[in-house]
Write a protein that binds this ligand. Sequence first.
Ligand code: ADP
Length: 250
Amino acid sequence: LSRSLQESRRLEALGRLVGGIAHDFNNLLTVILGSGQLVRDLVPAASPADELLRTVIQAGERGADLTGQLLTFSRRNPIALEPMDLNEVLQEIEKLVRPAVGDGVRVVTDYAPDLPPVRADRGVLTQLVLNLATNARDAMDGAGELGLRTRCVAVAGRPVARLVVSDNGCGMDDATKARVFEPFFTTKPVGKGTGLGLATVYGIVNGLGGTIALESAVGQGTTFSIDLPGDRSAGNRAARATPGRPRPAP
Ligand code: ADP
């Protein structure tokens, strides 16, 4: 078995386990949050009981946020897919990436004009890129170069839109690389990392029917490549993706 196949089977088994637990916890949290809110309506505003209930509800919401990310990892959060131009979505996401990475990070973009439309969801694409970008910022300690690039590649004879997110930060050793997509795996200090960023990215890519690959070298940097299958329902893909733009040489 190839290493990446073994790796995806391992993550799939982990996804089933985590998804089952997260699903049940999510149901319990719904009861806690719903009941908490109802009781809060019964107690006088700004009373000690009201304060305590607010704390309970806040903790419950934090828990619901975590289970939400775990459900994304395990692909139990359905995504509504529609055809879109990845380049166009990235140009929007870029506006959020720049403030997220800070002034010390130069954002370099290069979007291929011949990209096939992909079936995706803007919200999850935004989450995916922001998770990768904030990790890149941390790896570069706030100063360096973040690359956001797209390329059209053929996989098994079919056009695929490839998104490449790269940084020239600290990179990862092999032991870290082997575990990055696991939920709760983090090398960051307590309170800084949740270890859910890349698990969520992994779940999103899976939910979009894509694949993710990672290259990293200690002291040099890290590159994530995400392949999203072209939208097969699309008619004239070149015309739909970028009207009127010339097609580059392969
Ligand atoms: P978190 O960021 O909360 O630690 P993630 O799942 O996003 O959780 O990342 C897991 C770990 O993977 C990080 O703690 C870090 O060790 C490593 N990592 C992720 N992205 C990068 C990167 N771009 N460069 C170096 N290490 C990274």
